[in-house]
Design a protein around this ligand. Structure first.
Ligand code: IPE
Ligand code: IPE
Ligand code: MG
Length: 255
C-alpha cells in the first residue's frame, strides 16, 4: 500500500505546509512538454513520452496519498491525431503498457479509473485494457483517476447538445428545461466536481481545447517545468499556490 499523509487517528502530516483540509477536490493537468524534454537531450520524441509516463505514476500516487478526490490528466486530444502516425502509435502503446503494468497496484490502492473522450477511435488493444481497468476498479472509493483520451472540449459540448437534442425530439425534454445542471450532466464528467486547480506544464498559456465548460472558475497554475521533469514536489508547490489564491466566483472579498 502507498503511504498516506493521514494516519489512523485522522491526524495529518502537512507536507510543505499544505492545509490538507483545504485541498483542491479535483486537479486537472495538461501534461505538456514531452517532445521538448526529449529534444533537449537529443532523443526521439517518443523517449519523452516514455519519461512522461513515469511522471504520471508519481503524481497519481501523491494525489492518492493526499486524499485528492479526482485527478484528470489530458493524455491525448482530438487534435493530437494530426501528429505523425508513428508518434500516435507510440502514445497508444504507452497507454496500453501503462494500464497493464499499473492496474493491480492502482486497484490495490483503491483508485477508480475513469475515462473521458470518444474511445471508439482508439486501437482495440487500448480499448480492451481501458474497459478492463474501468470495470475492475468501478467500485473503488479512493482517488478517481480520469484519463482524457481522444478528448476535446468542443467535441464534448457537441456530444452533449446531441444528447439533449435527441431527448427533445423524443418529447422527453422541453427546450426551456435545459439549464446548466442538465448540460453538466450531459458531459463526460457527469457526477464529478469541476476542477478546482488546473496545472499546465512547459510554460504554455493556453487551454488547447481542454474542459472548456468545466474550467469556468478553475484556478490556473502554469509551471515552466517540462512534463517528464514534473515531480510530487512540483505538485505540492502548485497546491500551495492554489491555497494562497482567493476564489471569488464573481462575488466580493469577505472582510
Ligand atoms: C505532451 O507533450 C504529450 C501529449 C500531447 C500527448 P508534447 O508531445 O506535446 O510535447 P511538446 O509540447 O512537443 O514539447
Ligand atoms: C495538449 O497539448 C494536449 C495534451 C496534453 C494531451 P498539445 O501539445 O497537444 O497542445 P498544443 O498543440 O501545444 O496547443
Ligand atoms: Mg505539446
Amino acid at each position: 500500500m502507498w503511504l498516506s499523509f493521514r494516519n489512523k487517528d485522522k491526524k495529518v502530516f502537512s507536507p510543505k505546509g499544505i492545509d490538507l483540509e483545504r485541498l483542491p477536490r479535483h486537479i486537472a493537468i495538461i501534461m505538456d512538454g514531452n517532445g521538448r524534454w526529449a529534444k533537449k537531450r537529443g532523443l526521439p520524441r517518443t523517449m519523452g513520452h516514455r519519461a512522461g509516463v513515469e511522471a504520471i505514476r508519481e503524481v497519481v500516487k501523491t494525489c492518492s496519498n493526499l486524499g485528492v478526490e479526482v485527478l484528470t490528466v489530458y493524455a491525448f486530444s482530438t487534435e493530437n491525431w494530426r501528429r505523425p502516425k508513428d508518434e500516435v502509435g507510440i502514445l497508444m502503446r504507452l497507454l496500453t503498457e501503462y494500464l497493464r503494468a499499473e492496474l493491480n497496484e492502482l486497484h490495490g490502492n483503491n483508485v477508480k479509473i475513469m475515462t473521458m473522450g470518444d474511445l471508439t477511435l482508439l486501437p482495440l488493444e487500448a480499448q480492451k485494457e481501458l474497459s478492463r481497468a474501468t470495470k475492475q476498479t468501478e467500485h473503488n472509493t479512493g482517488l478517481i483517476l480520469n484519463l482524457a483520451l481522444n478528448y476535446g472540449g468542443r467535441a464534448e459540448v457537441t456530444r452533449a447538445l446531441r444528447i439533449l437534442g435527441e431527448e427533445i425530439q423524443q418529447g422527453k425534454l422541453a427546450p426551456e428545461e435545459i439549464n446548466e445542471e442538465r448540460i453538466s450532466s450531459s458531459l463526460f464528467t457527469v457526477g464529478l466536481p469541476d476542477p478546482d486547480l488546473l496545472i499546465r506544464t512547459s510554460g504554455e498559456m493556453r487551454l488547447s481545447n481542454f474542459m472548456l465548460w468545466q474550467l469556468a472558475y478553475t484556478e490556473i497554475v502554469i509551471t515552466e517545468q517540462l512534463w517528464p521533469d514534473f515531480t510530487p514536489e512540483t505538485l505540492l508547490d502548485a497546491i500551495k499556490t492554489y491555497q494562497l489564491r482567493e476564489r471569488r466566483f464573481g462575488g466580493i472579498n469577505k472582510e
